[in-house]
Design a protein around this ligand. Structure first.
Ligand SMILES: [Mg+2]
Length: 195
């Protein structure tokens, strides 16, 4: 068997699941697969980076996770202030702001704090270069969502988006991820039971 070294590297940026929006995540499927901890990025995954108040669909989503007896945790590189404020609005105790992704320290701490194994956690985010890379290095299943809005400000973010786009292009070229080609999910089951 020949191993393409580029594919080996690219696999670190490949999500386990790709969905358009967090409301498309099949929570029952996660539950059935033994997931006990739902870790989520905040900005551009759950809300716009420029907003701080959770929308009704975010509230409902988090409530559904909790009703299925899974813990919900936010791991964000934004300030602790913004993360704490958001978490208070949605009744989430697991709040980890200033998380310094793509470093692994915060997510490792989350697993320890909640006493779950890597197999029992899932990580959802909008960036392959931070969220998905973190999850894959830790062997946690990952869910890639489309950003809520596509606006970037500042040089650092611009550079990051150029890098992200390069990774996306390579993933697509190697058939590892097709943008906007979403994972097939059994959404109807989820709606039957949860709504
Ligand atoms: Mg984000």
């Amino acid at each position: 068997m020949t191993v393409n070294p580029l594919n080996f590297i690219l696999n670190y940026f490949r999500p386990s699941l790709h969905v358009r929006h967090f409301t498309d995540v099949n929570l029952l499927l996660l539950k059935r697969n033994g997931i006990k901890l739902f870790i989520s990025d905040l900005d551009n995954t759950l809300i716009s980076p420029y907003k701080k108040i959770p929308t009704p669909d975010v509230k409902i989503f988090i409530q559904k996770v909790q009703e299925l007896d899974m813990k919900f945790v936010i791991v964000s590189n934004n300030t602790k202030n913004k993360v704490n404020f958001f978490c208070k609005q949605v009744n989430v105790d697991g709040k980890y702001g200033n998380s310094k992704k793509p470093f692994l320290g915060t997510v490792k701490k989350v697993l320890k704090d909640f006493n779950v194994s890597k197999r029992e956690a899932v990580f959802m985010g909008n960036q392959v270069l931070t969220d998905i890379w973190v999850a894959n290095r830790l062997h946690i299943d990952s869910i890639l969502v489309n950003p809520i809005i596509r606006v970037l400000k500042g040089n650092k973010k611009f550079l990051r988006s150029v890098l992200e786009n390069k990774i996306y292009a390579n993933l697509e070229k190697n058939n590892l991820l097709i943008r906007d080609n979403y994972s097939v999910i059994e959404k109807f089951e989820q709606e039957d039971i949860l709504l």
